[in-house]
Write a protein that binds this ligand. Structure first.
Ligand SMILES: [Zn+2]
Length: 366
């Protein structure tokens, strides 16, 4: 899910060659100097052509970076910092100097840790979080006021199952009303964040009851759930939700790869292999581009139509224009092309089927 504004502006950036720097800045297992050394080693081969850009990146690390994230992506062009994106995960250190910003790792992080909302609740309390890029963006809490009052007057005393008197009925009514109120708040929250992917946290009993009470449109947004106490520390809730979302994404990727392969085999709405996928991208037919995370291939970039090609030719066979330049990373060119044509991108992990199909595939619009 490539929704982030910074990513969008990098995708549309056409100001010329860009130094793209990905660094693991997790200081729990290394020093700042080790990170600086990483930058120097990785950028050494571009020193003759991008000395200014490398210097700008170095200065940024020395004087401006806050070292608060596990990783960072830096983009530098014409000696100026274009964009800095803190990453919630530590990427492999990698520096490239290419015609367009190298967004492959960003796309990967984005698809791995895409946007979603988390609602953690029991019958008394509701906590809401909006997560993007592996970080909590906003949160809110609500407490069933009446339950709180009632609790002070002896909620726990009447809690036992043996008590079937009016006291317990009242308690149950309150709990039910709290859940209904909670669902309304969840709905408002998801509407305000617009992520349309909701995860639930709580005890299995409460979550079962919540799902029974939920209106269908909200129910359909649920991507997963986990068993957690509502009072759990916020970082643990985030970590648990990230585990769930990674599983969910793997499962979704698997289904999409299957769909692309099946459709391609019967000449339907799918293509597989780098050649056919590049052609479908050129024609603007791709709805979802699927790339294996380990797939790398060099090729040629047509400056006229922005398409990637596998073979060197006099003219671009797609637009009859040119010139063609070598590019070390056909996948990055393809991600840019996908963004230009409104396609989504998924960097696929742990999927042997996609590798067998050539590392690249797509679900097409027509
Ligand atoms: Zn062309």
């Amino acid at each position: 899910m490539m929704m982030d504004q910074q990513l969008q502006s990098l995708l549309s950036y056409e100001g010329g060659p860009t130094l793209s720097v990905y660094l693991d800045t997790d200081l729990s297992d290394k020093s700042k100097d080790a990170v600086r050394l990483m930058l120097r080693d990785q950028s050494a081969e571009f020193q003759p052509v991008a000395a200014q850009e490398i210097e700008a990146a170095r200065r940024y690390l020395d004087f401006e970076y806050d070292w608060q994230s596990r990783g960072v992506a830096l983009f530098v062009a014409e000696g100026e910092i274009l964009s800095v994106i803190p990453l919630a995960i530590a990427p492999n250190a990698r520096v490239t100097y290419t015609e367009r910003p190298n967004v492959r790792t960003l796309a990967d992080v984005g698809s791995r840790l895409g946007k979603y909302d988390v609602a953690v609740l029991d019958r008394e309390r509701l906590r809401l979080f909006s997560v993007a890029w592996g970080k909590i963006q906003s949160k809110t809490e609500a407490l069933g006021e009446e339950v709180k009052h009632y609790k002070q007057g002896g909620w726990s005393a009447g809690r036992g199952r043996h008590s079937a008197g009016g006291h317990q009925r009242h308690e149950e009514n309150l709990a039910l009303r709290n859940l209904k109120d909670g669902i309304e708040l969840i709905q408002q929250f998801t509407e305000s964040t617009g992520s349309r992917r909701l995860m639930l946290g709580g005890s299995p009993e409460v979550l079962a009851q919540v799902k029974e009470l939920m209106p269908k449109p909200l129910l359909e947004q649920i991507i997963g759930e986990f068993n957690v106490d509502v009072g759990t520390n916020v970082n643990e809730i985030l970590e648990r939700s990230l585990d769930v979302v990674q599983e969910v994404d793997l499962e979704m990727q698997k289904r999409c790869v299957e769909q692309a392969i099946t459709e391609a085999s019967k000449g339907g709405l799918g293509v597989t292999g780098v050649q056919d996928t590049l052609f479908a991208l050129h024609e603007g037919r791709v709805r979802l581009l699927l790339v294996d995370e380990t797939y790398h291939v060099s090729g040629y970039l047509c400056h006229e139509c922005g398409s990637a090609l596998m073979e060197r030719m006099e003219k671009c066979p797609l637009c009859q224009g040119g010139p063609l330049d070598e590019t070390p990373d056909v996948v990055n060119v393809s991600i840019h092309k996908a963004a230009e044509t409104g396609a989504e991108v998924s960097i696929v992990r742990e999927n042997a089927d996609l590798l067998h199909a050539g590392g690249m595939a797509a679900i097409t619009r027509y």
